[in-house]
Ligand binder design. Sequence first.
Ligand SMILES: Nc1nc2c([nH]c(=O)n2[C@@H]2O[C@H](COP(=O)(O)OP(=O)(O)OP(=O)(O)O)[C@@H](O)[C@H]2O)c(=O)[nH]1
Length: 149
Amino acid sequence: MSGGDTPCWQEPVRKGPVRTVLVAAVALVDADGRVLLAQRPPGKSMAGLWEFPGGKVDAGETPEAALVRELKEELGIDTAESCLAPIAFASHTYETFHLLMPLYAARVWKGTPTPLEGQQLAWVKPVRMGDYPMPPADIPLIPILRDLL
Ligand SMILES: Nc1nc2c([nH]c(=O)n2[C@@H]2O[C@H](COP(=O)(O)OP(=O)(O)OP(=O)(O)O)[C@@H](O)[C@H]2O)c(=O)[nH]1
């Protein structure tokens, strides 16, 4: 097989060692198959971009426990680790770190997602996600969600 001309055949430009940051994220899916996206508020890195709820995994924490914690802090909802199904991951080198982000799907939670950290929320069909600018790491996840949901 000759793959030298394929678009994926590009080595990333490495400027030096980068630390890998583990971030857990979730696609909350409602009864209509829409996914909850949250817009990063002004003042944060990548402000204005739409992302999956979640956040950094603390030392000694599992990704699932981090998500349960973050969903309570960011959206005020209760989730159970057993309701988080791993579906994909993002692996992307940013300027200052490498992001490794497992993505889970959840259809069951308790409470109504509420923007507790000043973020805008939107329920979006996977086919419409192209209308919502997302961080570069998230772009490969969109077709996966489209296929899965
Ligand atoms: N939650 C979440 N974070 C994402 C996504 N895509 C993506 O690149 N990220 C990045 O993963 C990191 C998550 O960090 P965080 O949510 O715990 O904390 P933060 O926004 O305060 O991060 P910051 O340190 O960049 O300001 C951010 O750098 C964020 O930009 C995503 O879909 N969901």
